[in-house]
Design a protein around this ligand. Structure first.
Ligand code: F6P
Length: 335
């Protein structure tokens, strides 16, 4: 039987991403506009476990659309991975009378949401969950785009442009690490955007001679005297890569780890707009009793996907971009 949705919870979980606040704002305002009460859960799933919540009204989300980070705080909850933690979280849901939860985050966040909803069903409590994809890694299987990716790319590009000025002046090699423990989307996108000499990503097995040394050689033969090697966090150790470059071809690279700089900052227009639409759509899906779902982008459109199916999807890493990068660097024409 369909349940009338009276009150929903909203939380952000996992690594923060620029645009999360815009998504929270959209969820709160979309809910209120339908006469649905909204409660903010703080510190991710931990907040449900410890009953750490805040009542949300329209002014609680004023002036946050332009802010990075998340006003609800975030966490990666170890306790919530276990049934005992989920039961504590469920007790909070029952106490507050939550009919649904909008979880803003990545794959891990959605897995947690589904586990909670299933646990609720086992105890006879109906709890609908909707996921809104937000991670700078852009690595959620069901969605072509995740909130935060665009801003993180722009931040990394701006930093690397600055590095380039000094590398060019000193005719140096730069080895720069961007985030992405398991995914190379950020590295590749950024690498294309800065015209990197080489990009190393976890999805492609590293052949140091082919992927680094030969690329630098070709760039040199084409007339270049400074080089930019972009490394995704999960693709190799930047200090080791720098040492190896020095050992094999005598350059003296400088290493820069961009790190968490990439996660902060004001969200781009793309991230604000996407987050606003996704948050709105999540509330619409809940109000229509769509069941457990993820709001995903497919071919540029927003779609409501069954959460279980969404979690089973993997994103095929398209090597097209890698080929484009290779073709466009000025080392490509030398044989
Ligand atoms: O949110 C994703 C991500 O930024 C990854 O790119 C990175 O590997 C990881 O989070 C870093 O996590 P933490 O903030 O726990 O250091």
């Amino acid at each position: 039987m369909e349940k009338e949705i009276k009150r929903i919870g909203v939380l952000t979980s996992g690594g923060d991403a620029p645009g999360m606040n815009a998504a929270v704002r959209a969820v709160v305002r979309a809910a209120l506009s339908r006469g649905i009460d909204c409660v903010g859960i703080r510190r991710g799933w931990n907040g449900l476990i410890t009953s750490d919540f805040v009542r949300m009204d329209t002014s609680s989300v004023s002036h946050i659309i332009n802010k990075g980070g998340t006003v609800l705080y975030t966490a990666r909850s170890e306790e919530f991975r276990h049934v005992a933690g989920q039961d504590k979280a469920l007790a909070t849901c029952k106490l507050l009378g939550l009919d649904a939860i909008v979880a803003i985050g990545g794959d891990g966040t959605f897995r947690g949401a589904l586990a909670l909803s299933r646990r609720a069903a086992e105890t006879g409590y109906q709890l609908q969950v909707a996921g809104v994809p937000a991670t700078i890694d852009n690595d959620i299987g069901c969605s072509h785009y995740t909130i935060g990716f665009d801003t993180a790319c722009n931040t990394a590009v701006e930093c690397i442009d600055r590095l380039r000025d000094t590398m060019q002046s000193h005719e140096r090699c730069s080895v720069v690490e961007v985030m992405g423990r398991h995914a190379g989307y950020l590295a590749l996108y950024v690498g294309i955007s800065v015209g990197a000499t080489a990009v190393l990503i976890p999805e492609r097995e590293l052949d140091f001679e082919r992927d680094v040394i030969e690329k630098i050689r070709r760039a040199r033969l084409a007339g270049t005297t400074h080089y930019m090697v972009v490394v995704a966090e999960g693709a190799g150790n930047t200090m080791e890569i720098s040492r190896q470059i020095h050992e094999e071809i005598g350059l003296d690279p400088r290493v820069t780890v961009l790190g968490h700089i990439q996660r902060g900052g004001a969200p781009s227009a793309r991230d604000r707009e996407t987050a606003s639409r996704m948050g709105f759509k999540a509330v619409e899906a809940i109000a229509q009793n769509a069941g457990n779902c993820v709001i995903a982008t497919q071919e540029g459109r927003l779609v409501v996907m069954d959460m279980e199916k969404a979690l089973a999807m993997t994103k095929a890493f398209s090597m097209d971009r890698y080929d484009i990068l290779e073709a466009l660097t000025n080392n490509s024409g030398i044989h």
